[in-house]
Design a protein around this ligand. Structure first.
Ligand code: F6P
Ligand code: MG
Length: 492
């Protein structure tokens, strides 16, 4: 067996791991501490009990300890026996921490993937192990996710209007090519929805978001999809539809809340409304993760917010009599109602029970540090076997975003012309899980490029991006401006 490439390490100045561990994580933790102080302020003003306020201060202390350990490059400590006894998935983390090489045990020297996952797991644990239910349920990244969604109103509305237009003129049964083109359009929308990740857009405002959302931005970015296996993904979905009819199912291993989740749900609506699939399964995280990632509450909040956008459009319509506002209101209501219906919240008074045709399932595997190339198969550790058991029956599993992509490939330093199937490895590639990854590139690991393509990208980035100081041009891979759509049919 040929040996695997090494992982990316936090002390490698040529990797995005380095600025992540040295700058981005401390900033993110500082913001989490600020968020918590504000939340305590709100509780005090509402006359909350002293014990809840005092506990909040203690949680700040715990977050500050994590920041201190990070800033002082302390060894990554295992989770204590006391906490591991209560929180089941942590034992697997301790196994990973115990296998760090002796010279790679600290925050600034460890492999990027495991250390970053430990960091977010530790932040989540601060709240999970709190005494009061208020803090147990608190999402320390919730406010920034809500703000991100509020800033995306223009793009949310634009996409709702586009969807309403599509659903007013569905292709006839024989117009397969039209349906294929729509599939490709919604793949594209869900792909670029991933460009708006809050852990990168720290401090971004509505105009920054508008630059990466919306139809015009996507049209410009079309040429930046470096590998595009959309046709294979279509063949998988259409093939499953033809073979299984009503049984066809698509899964989304979700990434970020806000506009990205919205773009994923629009894609899910398309799959269901077009009758290409009968069921969609969403896989969010069970705890707040990597700042922007979806937890189940974000799905409910999104549907609610679309309704609020619709009400705002209605108010605009009343004051301005504008046709555009009327169209927006109708489209936003259509999307919110459809989502509520498919998610099973619709009343059964209309005689139709679609309960759960979009269902939501969590699994601790999605918040472990384990890679999918190593563990997403029948014998997989840390929840990998259960995730495989669930996903193997799907017509297509859509992995969203950068972190999922890093985990598919093990976050290893693959030469960039490595074929995708070699990168994900034979266990996953032969696991029976049919998958596609929709990923805007925000980290070093990239595979599937043609000979010479990496050098061309470096040259291009040197021309447009050299103000960032990465004068050898490697910064294109952290910019989120390029993307890959890579497919495996699960049978080597
Ligand atoms: O910091 C690591 C990282 O995976 C980056 O690669 C990326 O910027 C971010 O976290 C998460 O991106 P995504 O939300 O697309 O997984
Ligand atoms: Mg994310």
């Amino acid at each position: 067996m040929t040996s695997l490439p090494p992982p990316y390490y936090n002390n490698d100045p040529k990797s995005f791991a380095y600025p992540s561990a040295h700058k981005r994580w401390p900033t993110i933790l500082t913001q989490a501490i600020d968020d918590l102080s504000q939340a305590i302020g709100v509780l005090v003003s509402k006359g909350s009990t002293e014990s809840v306020v005092a506990e909040g201060k203690n949680l700040i202390q715990q977050l500050s300890t994590i920041l201190y350990d990070l800033d002082h490059d302390r060894p990554i400590a295992p989770f204590t026996a006391e906490v591991t006894a209560k929180v089941k998935d942590l034992a697997s983390y301790n196994t990973g921490i115990a296998t760090l090489e002796p010279e790679r045990t600290t925050w600034h020297t460890a492999p990027w993937l495991i250390s970053e996952c430990v960091l977010y797991r530790r932040i989540a644990l601060v709240f999970e192990t709190a005494e009061s239910p208020e803090w147990q349920a608190y999402d320390v990244f919730g406010a920034s996710k809500r703000a991100g969604l509020l800033s995306s109103r223009v793009a949310v509305t634009e996409l709702a209007v586009r969807y309403a237009q599509v659903s007013s003129q569905w292709p006839q049964k024989h117009e397969v090519e039209k349906l294929r083109q729509l599939f490709s359009e919604f793949v594209d929308i869900a792909l670029w929805g991933n460009a708006t990740d809050l852990s990168l857009l720290i401090g971004a405002d509505a105009s920054d978001l508008a630059k990466v959302q919306g139809h015009a931005a996507r049209a410009q970015q079309e040429a930046n999809v470096l590998v595009n296996d959309t046709q294979d993904a279509w063949d998988a979905v259409y093939g499953a539809h033809e073979a299984g009819g009503a049984a066809a199912r698509v899964d989304f291993v979700l990434d970020n809340a806000g506009f990205e989740l919205y773009s994923d749900l629009i894609f899910a609506l398309f799959l269901l409304d077009s009758k290409l699939v009968d069921n969609v399964v969403l896989h969010p995280k069970s705890v707040p993760w990597f700042v922007s990632d979806v937890v189940p509450a974000d799905i409910v909040a999104l549907v609610h917010q679309i309704k609020v956008f619709a009400e705002e459009a209605e108010e605009e319509e009343e004051t301005t009599q504008s046709k555009t506002s009327k169209t927006s209101k109708a489209a936003l209501n259509l999307i919110a109602d459809k989502l509520a219906f498919y998610l099973g919240e619709a009343s059964e008074a209309n005689g139709v029970n679609s309960k759960g045709r979009i269902s939501v399932r969590t699994n601790v595997f999605w918040t472990s540090y384990l890679s999918y190339r190593d563990e997403l198969h029948p014998g997989g550790k840390g929840g990998g076997a259960q995730a495989w058991e669930d996903l193997k029956d799907s017509g297509l599993v859509i992995f969203k975003g950068d972190l999922n992509h890093r985990k598919l490939l093990g976050d290893l330093e693959w030469p960039r012309n490595t074929p995708f199937l070699s990168g994900i490895g034979s266990k996953l590639a032969a696991s029976g899980v049919r998958l596609v990854t929709l990923r805007t590139i925000k980290a070093d690991v990239v595979v599937g490029l043609k000979e010479g393509q990496e050098e061309e990208l470096n040259d291009e980035w040197k021309k447009i991006g050299n103000n960032k100081g990465d004068d050898d041009g490697r910064g294109w891979a952290y910019s989120g401006k390029w993307a890959v759509i890579e497919y495996s049919d699960g049978s080597l």
